[in-house]
Design a protein. Structure first.
Ligand code: FAD
Length: 289
């Protein structure tokens, strides 16, 4: 199907984009990689009267560490994340997830900003950023605000961004001490959305777990941050019993539904298994297994 007609805007600066979003309001949609928005428009699930294409805006595609934080620009493509030396060397959970998103065509175009704003519970980067306690930076003509991803991923296909706002970057506190992380994704075939996927990370502090992060994909109405499981880990020495208990708590926090990819029970079981395996792998990377 063809999308309904729209007016196309191509700002070259953030200020220009913010002016457009302020004046066009609800009638406009930001266009990033187009990998979710264009299919939605073709199916007429979305019919914006205006598209604000942000791809010509410079400076939105950087991956850099500033002070003690990682900053990922909203226009960073999945492939760019997968190929980044900085990500590979210091952010193993993100490095594990990025190459597992979709297929090479989608990874070449799809962006982290688009992925998070689209708020698909099957999106891989939602779980990763939840596990990383990430924050998103939202800009509008009225200023800038920083929102934790836990609040940003408000509901199914519904982020908490306002129509006049542009997501400009994602901020993640850099790891310290010994740490590890990974992303385990169960998919029917390469390029598919997850049947179940789990993001895990651990940061050690004096032999105990100082920080734990667990994010779940495709097992609820949004990506899920398994906070009870995270809390159970903090302050404890890593062990298989502890990781198994965290797996049980994460599975209890999930609410999968039966579909062609598997039964509700199977998916819940896989959350338990993947959390345990992901934490074991993370602890090994941190030299704490
Ligand atoms: C065949 C296929 C397979 C896929 N498989 C997977 C998968 O396995 N895992 C996965 O995680 N994803 C998958 N995706 C989705 C893919 O990751 C998309 O790239 C992503 O969901 C949207 O990113 P985008 O840059 O293309 O955003 P767009 O499609 O351009 O935009 C998506 C939404 O976000 C808004 N938006 C985008 N950027 C901004 C911004 N900076 N500020 C404000 N609003 C913004 C848009 O207005 C729109 O509402 C798949 C997509 C396809 C087509």
């Amino acid at each position: 199907m063809l999308p309904s007609s729209f007016e196309y805007h191509r700002p070259t600066t953030i200020d220009e984009a913010l002016d457009l979003l302020a004046s066009l309001g609800d009638d406009a949609k930001v266009l990033a990689g187009g990998q979710s928005l264009i299919p939605m428009m073709k199916l007429r699930f979305a019919a914006p009267a205006h598209l604000v294409d942000i791809n010509r805006i410079e400076g939105l595609d950087a991956i850099e560490e500033t002070g003690e934080e990682l900053h990922i620009g909203a226009l960073v493509r999945h492939n760019q994340l997968a190929g980044s030396d900085l990500i590979r060397s210091k952010y193993p959970m993100i490095a594990a997830a990025a190459p597992q998103i979709a297929d090479p065509l989608v990874r070449n175009l799809g962006t982290i900003g688009g992925s998070l704003t689209h708020c698909d519970p099957s999106g891989d980067l939602g779980a990763v950023t939840l596990a990383a306690n990430a924050r998103v930076v939202l800009k509008s003509k009225d200023g800038e605000r920083e929102v934790p991803v836990t609040e940003f991923l408000a509901d199914t296909f519904q982020s908490s961004i306002a129509p006049n706002e542009l997501l400009t970057k994602i901020r993640i506190t850099s790891p310290t001490g010994a740490y590890g992380g990974t992303y385990l994704k169960l998919e029917r075939k390469i390029g598919d959305y997850a049947t179940v996927a789990v993001a895990t990370r651990l940061m050690m502090s004096n032999g105990s777990i100082g920080t734990a992060g667990i994010g779940l994909t495709s097992v609820g109405l949004t990506n899920i941050k398994a906070t009870a499981a995270e809390d159970a880990l903090v302050g404890q020495a890593p062990s298989q019993e502890l990781f198994a208990e965290a797996g049980r708590l994460a599975a209890a926090a999930s609410s999968p539904v039966s579909d062609v990819r598997g039964s509700e029970q199977y998916k819940r079981h896989m959350v338990e298994v993947y959390v345990r395996r992901g934490l074991t792998r993370s602890a090994e990377m941190a030299g704490a297994a």
